[in-house]
Every structure is written in C-alpha cells, then in structure tokens.
Design a protein around this ligand. Structure first.
Ligand SMILES: Nc1ncnc2c1ncn2[C@@H]1O[C@H](COP(=O)(O)OP(=O)(O)OP(=O)(O)O)[C@@H](O)[C@H]1O
Length: 410
C-alpha cells in the first residue's frame, strides 16, 4: 500500500527548494529513485516556454488550443491528463485547487484518489482546507527535514483587524465620478468562431464591491482583459469605462491610471531588486519598480500606506526579501496609492497560505469600508470574511457565456 503524505508549508518556505529536495535527494524519502511527476504551475510555465520556443509541447488541451491561449483551469486539466499518461510512481501535487472551479475541484479529488492506488501522492499544502481526503500522514518542512505534524482546526490565529492606521484620503476627489464606472452593453466575444461571451450587460458603480465568478473557460479573464488590458476584442463593442466609450481615442495609459490591479501572477518572476518603499511609490507611474522621481505628495501618500501595513521601519528593505503574503500586501498598496476608482483583484489569494489570506482579507475589507474605490475580485474560492456586495456569475452555453447578477446582502 502506498503511503500518501502532505507537507504543510507557509509562504516563508522556499517551495522550489522543497520540490528539488523531494525530486533529487534521499534525505526526505526514497522517491528520487522512482519515476516522478510534478503537478504544479511551475510545470505549466515550463511547458508554455517550450511551446513558445518550438511551436508545440507534449501537453495537449482538450480543445486543441495552445497552452498559452488556454484558460488557467484548462491548462491544469491538460497537465493532469499528461501526467496520468506518463504513469508516474509518485506525483508531487502543488496548490491542487488553485484556478480550478468548484466542479473541477471535485473531479480532481476523484482522479487523484484513483491515482493514489497506483502512485504515491505528495501534496504540498498551504491551505488546511485543501488537504486531500486520502492523505495518510502530514508533515512540516523544517530546516530541510520532514517533521510529523497534526493539523488541527483553526490553528491560524490572526487578529481580524490587524491594520490600525486609517487609509490615506483621496488626493484627488472622485465625487464628480461618472457613474457607472464600467458599463458593458450587449458585449459578445468569440475566438476563432468559438463563442465565449454572449450579450453581456453589466454595470459597476462607484464604491461597489463585486466578485466575478464562473467555471473554468467561461470568460472571466476575457472580461478583465477588455477592462484593463488591450484585448483587441474590445474594439467595436459597446464598453464604457469611466464615462468614455472604449475605442474613442483614450490611451491604454489613461485607463490604467484609473485602475489599480493586482494578480497573484505578479508575484512570480520578479527579479529586479527594489525596496518596499519604491515598490509602493511606483504605483503612481504604473511601472513595477521606480524610474521617475516622485513628488513630495506622492512620497507622503506612499509613506502613509507603509504605516498602514506596519512596514515603515523596513521600507528600505528589499521587496523580494518579504514572504509572498507580505509581497501581495505591498502590491495592493502599490495598486491603491493613486486612489483609483476601480481596484481589480485577479485570483488574489492563489498560492497564499492561511495566515496570509487572513491578512489579505482584512486589508481588502478595510479598503472596501474606508475608500470610494470600487472592487472587482475574480476568484473560484469563497474566502470566509470577504463579503462582496454583488456577484456577477458567468454561466456557459454553447452560444457563449451569459451573465447573471446575484445580490449577496439583501
Ligand atoms: N487568445 C485566445 N485565442 C483562442 N482562445 C482563447 C484566447 N484567449 C482565451 N481563449 C479561450 O476563451 C475561453 C475563455 O477563456 P478565459 O481565460 O477568459 O476563461 P476564464 O473564465 O478566465 O477561465 P479560468 O477560470 O480557467 O481561468 C477559454 O476556453 C480559452 O481557451
């Protein structure tokens, strides 16, 4: 009988190092002698690189779409199918439910349970609620060793209001803000004649807190890219952002000035050395890292945010020295310094551990309460304590996804 294990880690542990130890060293276990596979965003990124380089890779999606142009959930499903076809003797399963919709989460539990009869499953676990049901033993990774560890309910004790300092007031007022700030009228999108969105009608007004949800591939990122990105599919559509019809001469830069954006993807791949303080100030210029000289007022606002996060004393410290959870708090402050009318959070808790999710939730609730900024949050997870006013749910049909509005507090 295979013994399956979970290794519980916080965001302070170097996950890549842990994976390397499992794959290549015998100190943790004897897996390195076996044929292994890695189910992780790390592998997906590797295959996307390969695809870019050679035009294709071994991991095939169900629709035949390239990995690069597939949705996050579609990529994960394609990777799992590929891994199964390789018949590994052990599988490292990292962030098992990240980016998967509720139905796919149930399916993956079934698939992995079945696989667990043939292969050893080594789960890397940051969220207690993600523990796979067939796991036999749980460990912590401590100083390069595995120490047996029992998960107990609600071990994570975090003050529910850890941010005491009031948020800075808007340095420019949005009281003359044109409402709604986002308006989609009959927006339909298809990719290579495959309908994705069908007649989307949606309005976000100033100060509202929205969650956008829907199954994998239903078109959430497509909607976001039409608001925040420069998706060519937005042209010729009836989309009004901040009172200006999209495509009527405004620059992407003008739109981005009014939107704060944070995605868990931003935490990956930073190599540039910059201080925590500079990272926050750079939000005024929509650059990652500081290239321009900020005004005194901009410095004052950034310092205020540093005090909110209780990071003023460590402001000169390297941003990369922070844990992923603290890096995300800094990047949210960075998104907020310009006091944007709209804050977009794209899968913001993906990859965070339990303690960091609690801090993140407290900061977002504070922003919702103390500012006029509307929040649009995209996630498959329902985070306890994060309470959007409305949900916009995409429901897929052959003819493209339709949207429905759900009021959550009435
Ligand atoms: N550039 C593109 N070319 C072809 N197909 C695309 C492109 N971009 C997206 N798609 C397809 O459009 C559909 C919607 O993708 P999108 O990323 O918007 O979904 P999503 O709801 O964000 O999914 P997930 O929850 O899995 O991230 C997917 O089936 C995807 O494969």
């Amino acid at each position: 009988m295979n013994e399956h294990l979970a290794i519980c880690i916080s965001n302070k542990v170097n996950k890549e190092h842990l994976i390397d130890c499992i794959q290549n060293e015998t100190k943790l276990g004897t897996w390195s002698h076996l044929k292994g596979a890695l189910f992780s965003e790390i592998s997906i990124n590797k295959y996307i690189k390969e695809e870019r380089l050679h035009g294709s890779c071994n991991v095939q999606t169900v629709s035949g779409n390239s990995l690069e142009f597939s949705s996050q959930g579609e990529r994960k499903k394609a990777l799992l199918n590929y891994i199964i076809s390789k018949k590994p003797e052990y599988i490292i399963v990292d962030n098992v439910f990240g980016n998967l919709d509720v139905q796919s989460q149930e399916e993956i539990i079934k698939t992995l349970s079945k696989l667990s009869h043939k292969a050893i499953i080594i789960q890397i676990l940051k969220r207690q609620e993600d523990l796979l049901p067939f796991i036999d033993k749980t460990y912590q990774f401590d100083n390069g060793n595995l120490i047996e560890y029992t998960i107990e309910a609600e071990q994570v004790e975090i003050n529910s209001a850890p941010f005491y300092v009031e948020l800075p007031q808007a340095y420019r007022s949005f009281t003359d803000q044109i409402n709604p700030i986002v308006k989609f009228t009959n927006v339909s999108v298809d990719y290579r004649e495959r309908p994705i969105l069908a007649a989307i009608n949606w309005e976000i007004k100033a100060g509202e807190f929205w969650q956008l949800k829907g199954p994998n591939g239903s078109g959430k990122s497509t909607i976001l890219s039409m608001i925040f990105g420069d998706n060519p599919k937005a042209f010729g559509q009836d989309i009004t952002l901040f009172g200006i019809k999209k495509g009527s001469g405004e620059s992407v830069w003008e739109i981005k000035q009014k939107i704060g954006y944070f995605s868990s993807d931003m935490l990956r791949g930073f190599t540039r050395l910059d201080s925590i303080g500079n990272m926050i100030v750079s939000g005024f210029f929509d650059t990652i890292g500081l290239y321009k000289t900020p005004t005194n007022e901009q410095i004052k606002i950034a310092q205020h945010w540093l005090r909110v996060l209780d990071m003023f004393d460590i402001r000169k410290q390297d941003f990369l020295s922070l844990s992923k959870g603290y890096q995300s708090l800094v990047l949210i402050a960075r998104a907020m310094v310009k006091h944007p009318p709209l804050l977009i959070l794209d899968e913001p808790t993906n990859g965070l551990d339990d303690a960091d999710v609690k801090l993140f939730t407290a900061l977002i609730n504070k922003i919702a309460k103390e500012t006029e900024t509307a929040i649009l949050y995209v996630s498959h997870r329902t985070e306890n304590g994060l309470n959007p006013d409305f949900i916009y749910e995409l429901i897929p049909y052959e003819s493209g996804s339709k949207g429905q509005v759900i009021l959550t507090k009435h």
